[in-house]
Design a protein around this ligand. Structure first.
Ligand SMILES: [Zn+2]
Length: 304
């Protein structure tokens, strides 16, 4: 690794991962800790421990991808569903603690930056990304620039309405019938329990479908068509060159993506539907970490 390095920190509901990242997206000296969920103080101290474990003299900036909506005016997470971050000025706190320019972004925005720069969206100027995990995250690159909305809280594509009178969304989201409530890994977990037993998860549902279970194939195809309905809207609104599908549940691959593509091909508007590519992400679980590194380099550039 050469040149200035950044420290990327990818914060999830289960684990905190930190590493040194260079400008080519290479990763070194990685560490993984369990995410403490008992209190904000415990979480912050685990974040600091992870950074202390990877920090090096060449590190010039610090970047976080966190599962929260961010108000970029203050650097504060304003709404976190899965982690106990409530009203901490994370950017200011970490910048002071480590003496480095610091950037904070939503985890799906960070993954989008990574896939756009180094992954399935390389070379494009108009990209939409959806990350399918327990929830559904989203990110946008419009006209060659990451798009985050007026104060940084935009790109929450998982909270797009698919069914107006549909099921309530997750966590603190007040919406109904959102993509996240209809096409997340959480929804697949529920289908797995219904079809395969009380301990089954989306992983078993996908395995059963691959082994030829008609019921599991049907369940995944329905989730895929709902995903397609969301993508249809995004194609009509943004006319992207590529829609990148990442996150753990995206491991279902074409079991989800083919039904989604069929919906887009038959229902979205021409010519956008004929031009768009709907593809799996390429960076796997490292997208968030590399993206957090890119968020750090952005902060370094802003600091001049
Ligand atoms: Zn929602």
């Amino acid at each position: 690794m050469a040149g200035p390095l950044a420290i990327g920190v990818d914060v999830g509901g289960k684990s905190i991962r930190a590493a040194l990242v260079d400008r080519d997206g290479r990763i070194e000296r990685r560490v993984k800790l369990r995410t403490p969920l008992v209190s904000e103080a415990a979480l912050v101290s685990a974040l600091e421990e992870a950074i202390d474990a990877v920090v090096a003299p060449q590190a010039r900036a610090l970047g976080f991808g966190i599962p929260s909506t961010i108000d970029q005016r203050s650097g504060r997470p304003v709404s976190s569903v899965n982690i106990p971050l409530t009203d901490l000025d994370l950017r200011e706190h970490m910048s002071r603690r480590f003496g480095l320019p610091t950037g904070v972004d939503n985890d799906a925005n960070a993954a989008t930056l990574a896939e756009w720069t180094f992954g399935a969206g390389r070379g494009t100027r108009h990209l939409v990304m959806l990350t399918l995990g327990t929830g559904v995250g989203g990110g946008l690159v419009l006209d060659g620039r990451p798009y985050r909305g007026a104060v940084g809280a935009g790109g929450e594509l998982g909270h797009m309405v698919i069914q107006y009178e549909g099921p309530p969304c997750h966590g603190s989201c007040p919406g109904h019938g959102h993509l996240e409530a209809l096409a997340s890994g959480h929804v697949a977990d529920a289908e797995a329990r219904r079809l395969l037993g009380p301990d089954a998860t989306a992983v078993e549902l996908v395995a059963a479908a691959r082994a030829g279970s008609e019921a599991s194939l049907t369940a995944l195809a329905l989730i895929g068509r709902r995903l397609g309905a969301g993508i249809e809207t995004l194609v009509n609104v943004f006319n992207p060159e590529v829609v990148v599908i990442g996150g753990g549940f995206a491991g279902a691959g074409d079991l989800l993506l083919e039904p989604a593509r069929e919906v887009v091909r038959s229902r979205a508007l021409v010519p956008g539907r004929d031009l768009v590519r709907i593809v799996p992400a390429e960076l796997g679980p490292d997208a968030g970490l590399v993206g957090a590194g890119l968020v750090a380099f952005e902060a370094l550039e802003r600091a001049g």
